[in-house]
Design a protein around this ligand. Structure first.
Ligand code: DX5
Ligand code: ZN
Length: 218
């Protein structure tokens, strides 16, 4: 299992300390949650912080934009060194164009679905995507309870990816811990985002390691 710890749960008064921990850990990437107070009812951080994070972080940056009109920021997200740019399906009127622009900018293109947005909405674009991010909580806040329906969505998405011959990876975001993570692993997830479970744990490096060790049992 790949793991993308979410910086949203870090100590914002001591980001250097928490990013050093991520650098020393086996985390596969660092998940960065940008919120605009319009698409979601919260505001987190923006480009000045992303730029500072990029200077000290040695992991690939997995940028999750919870903002309206994310297509306006493709170049700026590329310029802060993002490896993956996640845009919400619900925020993109011309999703195909935005996905092409992200790829032309040299980043991996990921589309994020809110809990109530069906997987079937991706049927005509799945072949173009590097990753699909399924929200397993309503976006805007860390520390929320995992929505159980996500497991059925992972299975439906896995089937869609298989039948379309897409190479898209499946990433899950919200309420991830070892228990939900084990069930998501069985359902077919490839990457787990974890915020509070990692940063609030007594030993975040070993928590990341435990999540990475999750594998399909059957
Ligand atoms: C929520 C964010 C998540 C958040 C997850 O809107 O997209 O990435 O940090 O937090 P936890 O892991 O605490 O549910
Ligand atoms: Zn996120």
């Amino acid at each position: 299992m790949m793991v993308s710890p979410s910086l949203l749960a870090a100590d914002f008064a001591n980001l250097q300390h928490d990013i050093d921990m991520i650098n020393r850990s086996d985390a596969d990437m660092l998940h960065l949650d940008v919120m605009d107070g319009v698409f979601v009812p919260n505001i987190s951080f923006g480009f000045p912080v992303l730029k500072a994070v990029q200077r000290v972080c040695t992991k690939p940056l997995d940028v999750h934009l919870m903002i309206v009109e994310p297509q306006k920021f493709v170049t700026r997200v590329r310029d802060i060194g993002a490896t993956i740019m996640n845009v919400h399906q619900e925020a993109c009127l011309h999703l195909d164009r935005t996905v092409q622009e992200i790829k032309q900018a040299g980043m991996k293109a990921a589309v994020t679905l809110n809990p109530a947005t069906p997987v079937s909405t991706l049927v005509d674009i799945i072949g173009e995507l590097d990753m699909v991010l399924l929200m397993s909580v309503n976006p805007g806040f860390g520390g929320q309870k995992f929505i159980e329906n996500t497991l059925a969505k992972v299975r439906r998405l896995k089937a869609l990816i298989a039948e379309s011959g897409s190479n898209a990876k499946i990433e899950i975001d919200g309420g991830v811990n070892l228990e939900t993570g084990a069930r998501l692993t069985e359902a077919g997830a490839d990457i787990l985002v974890a915020g509070s479970f990692v940063f609030n744990s007594p030993d975040p490096i070993s928590t990341i390691q435990k999540l990475r060790e999750l594998q399909i049992k059957s």
